[in-house]
Design a binder for this molecule. Sequence first.
Ligand SMILES: [Zn+2]
Length: 661
Amino acid sequence: MMLSLMTALTAVRSQDAGAKDYPLKPVSFTQVKVTDDFWAPRIETNRAVTIPFIFKLCEETGRIDNFAIAGGLMKGEYKGERYNDTDVYKTIEGASYSLAVHPDAGLDAYLDSLIAKIAAAQEPDGYLFTARTADPAHSQPGIGAERWVEENVSHELYNAGHLYEAAVAHFQATGKRTLLDVALKNADLVASVFGPDKRHGFPGHQVIEMGLVKLFRVTGNRKYLDLAKYFLDQRGHDVKLTIYPPGSRFAIYNDAEQIQAHKPIFEQAEAVGHAVRAVYMYSGMADIAALTGSEEYIRAADRFWDNVVGKKMSITGGIGARHERESFGVDYELPNLTAYNETCASIGGAFWNLRMFLLHGDGKYLDVMERTIYNGLISGVSLDGKAFFYANPLQADAKFEFNQGLKTRAPWFETACCPGNIARFIPSFPGYIYATKGDTIYVNLFVGSTAKADLGTCPVTLRQETRYPWEGKVRIIVEPEKESKFAVSVRIPGWALGRPIDGTLYQYEPEAGKAGARGTANPGPTLKVNGTSVPLAVDKGFVSLERVWKKADVIEVDCPMPVRCVVADAAIKGNRGRVAFERGPLVYCAEGVDNGGRVLDLEVAGDSSFAAEFQPGFLNGVVVLKGKAADGRTITLVPYYAWSNRGIGEMIVWIKERNKG
Ligand SMILES: [Zn+2]
């Protein structure tokens, strides 16, 4: 059943001969088995704890019943926000990724039961939006009296986008068309309503663009790709906003800039407005750039990237500085205590940077992606997998309620976008580790794992053995099915080459042995093939090793991990006279609980040095950094992602340097 459908759909796709696409293709997460001590336990916690936990909360909060009520399967009233359907969709997407690599008959059957309710809630013409269908005569706040008349507020097309992504994931995992058919019927309706010669409009919250591209990929039907492009092209044209009176909680949507519709996208010079909307839009733009080859799209995607990475990103990869409207600030507006840095924006940032890499083949995008994933993204979920951050600040004073009214992690939120986004990102992570282009296989990230890739000439298995991110030694065992010539392109992370990210927003202080140095020396990365040193010829962040590979050839990479001090561009006011500490891909912070309760007044001296020590039983096993404060007391730093797993307390990333600033 599954195979014949796949074959049929692949056949449709291949008729589109000569179609454009990303030059690089990710090696699917289903072809990559993570075997390390860092990611494998996280993926397992997500599967065994987070996904069931979120489904349970979706049940308890009426999110599942909303579908049953809209479908006439039970009596009752719609509960919650108008976008609550998406929490169910995103968790189905995550559960499907999990199912694809970890068969689970119970979960499979549970998804079937959810999909039956979703299908029941779909109106005969394909419309699916439980906030309206549950009681069309008495519309929920913010959805308008009719379909799509308040798109700047209603989230109807946003809900649809998450439905499409869930449907494609479920189809690919199970071979069942149940949810895919619901999604296609909905997309066909949307395509019949919106377009250049039809109703004009665009989503108030982007994500449908990525969803439509996935429907295009799975069906080969160009209509879905055209609609995705139309929605992007239409932004900034014929903008009709429903305006709410001042004081209304919907008044934030009165502003076209908040939803990136103040100008056509090619005329937008910088990243503005709601950060999650923005990065979902940029990800959709990268898809359109790749699938159409449009230079205009490529240039626009590049422009937004230069602005975000050059001027609007926290050291953790977090984006969207302001709590107010969950939006980007102006250039260099990057506060610490009040940084918003929504977990969803970090996840969107990972989507976007992977796409930019697949488009351009440059490791600078992976430097940002890795920084985001290891810091401001996985910070979003607790070590036990059932408490979440909405906001990911760089400082905490134990007073400011930064996390939707709380001073620490929360099991749930009324607007619960972030938990479901974690649930779907984590199981898809193995798909970020490798990519291919022709007869080259790219090692994007160092993660203990086994990957199977087909290089056209020959199937190849790569096996990475490493204790990354705690150690920078990596063994890559190359296993071609038969001896053959191809290239293994190994990324040398920017941090190992003395460059935290592209541009000048963050820079390392000089290393030991150089003027103004602090910390241990950095001997720099080395590379060997079968024990013989290879010159480190880094091009666009990669060393390309092209040769005739045979079974059990070994590549050894060693990226020493000295503790590094980072200084921020002086234009970031709050970080003047302060330094942050990093080791490998990880940003560190000081928490009160490890440092006598108080860290906001910490000062380090210009010659403070820190030693790294792996503590297996602490915070699920982490390297801690220990050093001396300027006043002589010992300071303990922990990885930023692990903070706030031990109650409410102070935390700081950017530490004051004595006699500076
Ligand atoms: Zn969120």
